[in-house]
Design a protein around this ligand. Structure first.
Ligand SMILES: *Cc1c(COP(=O)(O)O)cnc(C)c1O
Length: 373
């Protein structure tokens, strides 16, 4: 059996008519940047997340770059974040000379260990950049408490966190990205809400930050050809917005289906002592964007699964503090032992709404076979 790590083909075939109609409508309306579909999609994201403002941008990475610029993450200012993430969570800080200050991760959630943040705060610290990875959010109670106590801004990298909600000690569940000052989503194709190309969104409850984001999105112009800031060209493409609007109709089902798949994995793999399965911490609603296991003999298992026709992925094989591009920060091996250990043990199994139960069962069988269970 062949099990793709991810494929868009099945979704396309299932929703073909709707996608084609949506694209046809964009073409029919004529060439438009930030067209009607972008506005409608922004509105649907505001409704879904409860955020006051949603601003479509060209990618999650651009969302991080624009908002880091707006929040002043530059010129030697220090921003505390995690080294166990995708490059874009940190390159946005470094781009204009901000200094990423890393804190190790929680060994069970893989998110920033909030108990280690305060010891890293200096007079130059201006912000916290938590990342909500894989299936759950970082401890937003701790992060918001620390930010208030030390007067720091909070930029949530919610690129992977569409649909995740945090309650913690609060009264209600609040959507990822809508708790700090600004949050960003990525619509990279594999993400929980994925486009057929690049796309991203900035969300915020702050009117001023929303206005600035809109201005920065189109070259820093408040009025056409009058530039108050040195901005960007980073618009969400109308065609992608049209596709994403179709996908928003099914988002709750897609999230539910991901949970079903995660439950099959958990049930079938729970007795294998060489594995560690995801542990959700804090009162929150997880969304299984990625289903990760920590495994003994990870690379051998991975090779065995590949040979058995199963697609897998390793997020992330190397933490950012050991990447060549950040060598100037002066970190060395051993600085963040939890992140470094996880990089050597983590393995992502196939999970997407269209995967069949039989395929998930096959993956589990092969893993059991490898560990001779
Ligand atoms: C995907 C991702 C991004 C970048 O999003 P793009 O839309 O691909 O630019 C940023 N941060 C994290 C944690 C991601 O997973």
């Amino acid at each position: 059996m062949e099990v793709n790590f991810y494929t868009s083909q099945r979704e396309y075939l299932a929703k073909r008519e709707e996608f084609q109609q949506a694209i046809e409508n964009v073409l029919k309306d004529g060439i438009a940047t930030l067209g009607k579909e972008v506005k409608d999609f922004e509105k649907s994201i505001e409704d879904f997340t409860g955020a006051k403002h949603a601003i479509g941008v060209a990618s999650g990475t651009d969302g991080l770059i624009l908002t880091s610029d707006i929040l002043g993450y530059k010129n030697g200012k220090e921003i505390i974040t995690s080294p166990f993430t995708f490059l874009a969570s940190t390159s946005c800080i470094a781009r204009y000379g901000g200094k990423p200050v890393f804190v190790d991760i929680d060994p069970e959630t893989f998110n920033i260990d909030t108990t280690k943040i305060e010891e890293k705060i200096t007079k130059d610290t201006v912000g916290l950049l938590p990342i909500h990875l894989f299936c759950q959010m970082a401890n937003m109670d701790d992060i918001m408490d620390i930010s208030k106590k030390h007067n720091l801004s909070v930029l949530e990298d919610a690129a992977e966190a569409f649909g995740m909600r945090w309650k913690g000690k609060g009264d209600t569940y609040r959507h990822a990205g809508a708790i700090g000052d600004i949050g960003i989503f990525s619509f990279f194709p594999t993400k929980t809400l994925g486009a057929y190309g690049d796309g991203g969104m900035v969300i915020t409850n702050d009117d001023k930050l929303a206005e600035l984001t809109k201005i920065y999105r189109v070259h820093g112009a408040k009025a056409k050809y009058h530039y108050d800031y040195i901005g960007y060209n980073s618009r969400l493409d109308t065609m992608q917005a049209a596709i994403l609007l179709v996908k928003m109709k099914y988002i709750n089902d897609a999230i539910k289906r991901r949970e079903e798949i995660a439950n099959i994995y958990k049930e079938r793999l729970k007795d294998i002592e060489e594995l560690k399965l995801p542990v959700i911490k804090g009162d929150q609603m997880p969304v299984y964007y990625v289903f990760n296991i920590l495994c003994e003999k990870r690379d051998e298992l991975n090779a065995f699964l590949k040979k058995s026709g199963i697609g897998t992925s390793i997020y992330y094989p190397m933490p950012l503090h050991l990447q060549n591009c950040f060598s100037y920060l002066g970190y060395k091996k051993g600085d963040f032992p939890v992140a470094e250990k996880v990089c050597g043990e983590i393995l992502a199994l196939p999970i997407y709404p269209e995967i069949k139960d039989e395929e998930v069962e096959y993956v589990c069988e092969k893993i059991r076979e490898f560990y001779k269970k």
